[in-house]
Ligand binder design. Structure first.
Ligand SMILES: [Zn+2]
Length: 251
């Protein structure tokens, strides 16, 4: 049996280390199994029906899937494991690119960005991890102190839903925040890297490409256009009260 499934079966999710995978990329089935073990994954099973609820997101949109990266990335052992998967993709896309700074947004992508930088520090000992903080509208747009123009910056995110969301905002912030007033911003590595891609967009607002470790066909709708509501399914907030169990059909 596959070593990852073997460990999961024995309750050894935290024993899964990058060594087990080696150079081989983790498969989506392995990733889903790890996320399921940490109760971090839900997809609507089958056709829309009034018997099964669907998800009401913070944005007010309705959806047929929900992936809680935080449930997994809050564990350092697993954050390291998934950061390693991003680094594998980065090294394929940019085998000879130097990275001076990894940027990731507050709060959900902080650990992942740090772990990616830590992994890359083996190659680039002076690498920094810089957090893009949230502004008063809760968007990641603020970098304290800016980034010097001489630096080469890699953009990391844990989850991407749209081409104009936090991945784009993080990239834009890194480009805008020059270290010194009226000086150009740093060099941003064109492609951004995300762990979980639940988007139709593979490009950000500037047309640049996004490289995703794992892609899922999860959709979002305005309530009035939602096919699940039309089928009589109820929209519920997945992480409130007992809703996570309800949405999984466990109660
Ligand atoms: Zn709906």
């Amino acid at each position: 049996m596959n070593k990852i499934f073997e460990l999961l079966k024995q309750g050894g999710v935290f024993e899964i280390s990058p060594k087990i995978l080696g150079d081989k990329p983790m498969t989506k089935t392995e990733m889903v199994a790890i996320f399921n073990t940490l109760d971090a994954f839900w997809l609507y099973d089958g056709e829309p029906t009034s018997e099964k609820p669907h998800a009401l997101l913070k944005s007010g949109l309705h959806s047929n899937g929900f992936i809680s990266c935080n449930n997994v990335l809050k564990h350092p052992v697993l954050c390291k494991l998934f950061a390693n998967e991003i680094v594998k993709l980065f090294e394929i896309e940019y085998p000879s690119e130097k990275v001076d700074v990894v940027v990731s947004s507050a709060y959900s992508a902080i650990n992942l960005g740090y772990e990616v930088a830590r992994r890359l520090s083996k190659k680039f000992p002076e690498i920094e991890h810089i957090i893009v903080e949230k502004d008063y509208e809760n968007n990641p747009t603020v970098i304290r102190g800016g980034i010097p123009a001489s630096k080469s910056v890699l953009v990391i995110n844990e989850l991407m839903t749209t081409g104009e969301g936090s991945t784009w905002q993080t990239k834009q912030a890194a480009a805008m925040f020059s270290h010194e007033p009226n000086k150009p911003g740093p060099k941003i590595i064109d492609k951004s890297f995300v762990l979980v891609h639940r988007s139709k967009d593979y490009n950000l607002n500037d047309g640049s490409e996004v490289i995703a470790t794992f892609h899922f066909d999860i959709e979002d709708w305005n309530p009035e256009d939602c096919p699940y509501c039309k089928a009589g399914s109820k929209a519920i907030k997945p992480k409130i009260g007992n809703n996570w169990n309800i949405i999984h059909g466990r109660v």
